[in-house]
Design a protein around this ligand. Structure first.
Ligand SMILES: *Cc1c(COP(=O)(O)O)cnc(C)c1O
Length: 448
């Protein structure tokens, strides 16, 4: 990294543009009412800046679009599979690689092959689909986050891991099926995991004879934080950091919709040949032949390119700096932001901003709806509506990869600043109709 200017520029120029919808306030009022005050039910055509998620929303590069044309749609043994396999092996050292249609498909196959009912999985923090897939096969998913700030707030709590493994060793029949580490730790705000922590988890897994898997959705952002913050890694190139991260694992799942910078896709890999064979059988049931795994040949090509582009240092510098800038500026205009920000999103503490709203009137919903009405910005609530009984009322502004410019970020900050000035007048919300499960996706709401 030789950049020594104060201004961090987007390290790309724009070849193809997509117009974004710009609505009047009355139009947004109608759209929000029609969506029953639930932003998940808004058509994208009513959203100006969409920060709902960084998953599958990234912009492909001209090299990726060109790679699509190389897509080999052979049913078996497609050239595109080997292109992808070569890149994945170079980055991870894993030779046995399965494409999947997205991360949760890899999780489902892993659950069906490696985990038995009643077994336990220990994770720094399970992502929600990961937990759901493990629980769906009757397993118990336990989170062991360090639960504190610092440079590597995504780490696994090693004392808690030691205790859990010791407890397991004392059982007549051990129950821990595997240890998993999620990089970066999405559920705690995209906070990174240190190399020291990965190495320590490996040592413990060796001692306990338990397999170690990575949930590698944000492997590139995690590697960047290791390079910036982990002593001894500042001069290492990112590829070698990534290889070391994966070298500690017996297998991994990956949602390629994050650091793969593709709109759909996932990966699953294991070293153990028996598991590999079982996974192959399971994969054929739902994803397709093992060399395409639910994706088109062209998708495999775009992913092979995207995985490498995600490790471009100028790109990662710009991405992490954009998110840090976003968080710092929001804080400066009076928005209570969780600091330090992680790798893919900024989190606002809606309870601190709207202390007049009780948890059962959904302060996070009040804030995201206000951001939408003010400027057409779509964020997501991670509070009492999504997680009933949640101790926190957070709002997440996730950054799609390579999609928005600094002017877009400055605009969102201005929108948030206007909302802050009216914070004490924002209404709470009530649920007027809710489904039995996953109510945040489809509940109807109304201002109180
Ligand atoms: C997105 C994500 C998943 C699930 O992947 P999908 O592609 O959405 O199915 C799993 N783990 C983590 C950490 C994720 O961020």
């Amino acid at each position: 990294m030789t950049w020594d200017f104060k201004t961090i520029i987007e390290p790309f120029r724009i070849k193809s543009v997509e117009a974004i919808p710009i609505l009047t306030r009355p139009e947004r009022e109608v759209a929000l009412k029609t969506a029953a005050y639930n932003l998940f039910k808004l058509p994208a055509a009513a959203v100006t800046i969409d920060l709902l998620t960084d998953s599958g929303t990234g912009a492909m590069s001209s090299a990726q679009w060109a790679a699509l044309m190389r897509g080999d749609e052979s049913y078996a043994g497609s050239n595109s599979y080997f292109a992808l396999q070569t890149v994945v092996e170079r980055l991870t050292g894993f030779t046995n690689v399965f494409p999947c249609h997205q991360g949760r498909a890899a999780e489902r196959i892993l659950s069906r092959t490696v985990i038995k009912p009643g077994q336990i999985i220990l994770n720094n923090t399970h992502f929600d689909t990961t937990r759901a897939n493990f629980e769906a096969v009757g397993a118990v998913a336990i989170d062991l986050p360090v639960g504190s700030g610092g440079d590597f707030a995504g780490d696994m709590d090693l004392d808690a891991l030691d205790a859990a493994l010791a407890e397991d060793a004392a059982r007549a029949v051990p129950l821990v099926a595997m240890v998993m580490v999620t990089v970066t730790n999405n559920a705690v705000g995209g906070q990174p995991v240190s190399m020291t922590n990965l190495r320590a988890v490996r040592e413990r897994c060796d001692a306990a004879n338990v397999p170690f898997f990575l949930d590698a959705a944000r492997f590139a952002e995690n590697a960047w934080f290791i390079k910036q913050r982990d002593p001894g890694y500042g001069d290492r190139d990112l590829e070698s950091i990534v290889r070391e991260m994966f070298s500690y694992a017996d297998g991994f799942t990956m949602s390629a919709k994050k650091d793969g910078i593709v709109n759909i896709g996932g990966l699953l890999a294991v070293k153990d040949p028996d598991w590999h064979q079982q996974m192959k059988n399971e994969l054929i049931l739902t994803e397709g032949f093992p060399t395409y795994g639910g994706l088109a040949g062209r998708d495999l090509e775009a992913l092979a390119v995207g995985l490498l582009e995600a490790l471009d240092e100028d790109y990662l510098h710009y991405r992490t700096r954009t998110i840090a800038y976003f968080a710092e500026r929001l804080q400066a205009v009076g928005v209570p932001v969780v600091m330090p920000p992680g790798g893919h999103a900024v989190y606002i503490d809606a309870h601190l901003l709207l202390p007049h709203l009780a948890a059962d009137t959904f302060p996070g919903i009040s804030l995201i709806n206000a951001l939408y009405l003010e400027g057409g910005v779509r964020a997501v609530e991670l509070g009492s509506l999504m997680f009933p009984g949640s101790p926190r009322e957070l709002v997440r502004l996730a950054m799609p990869r390579r999609v928005y410019t600094q002017a877009h970020v400055d605009y969102v900050i201005e929108v948030a600043e206007r909302v802050v000035t009216r914070a004490s007048t924002l209404p709470g919300y009530q649920i007027t109709r809710a489904p039995a499960a996953l109510r945040h996706f489809s509940a109807d709401l109304a201002p109180i």
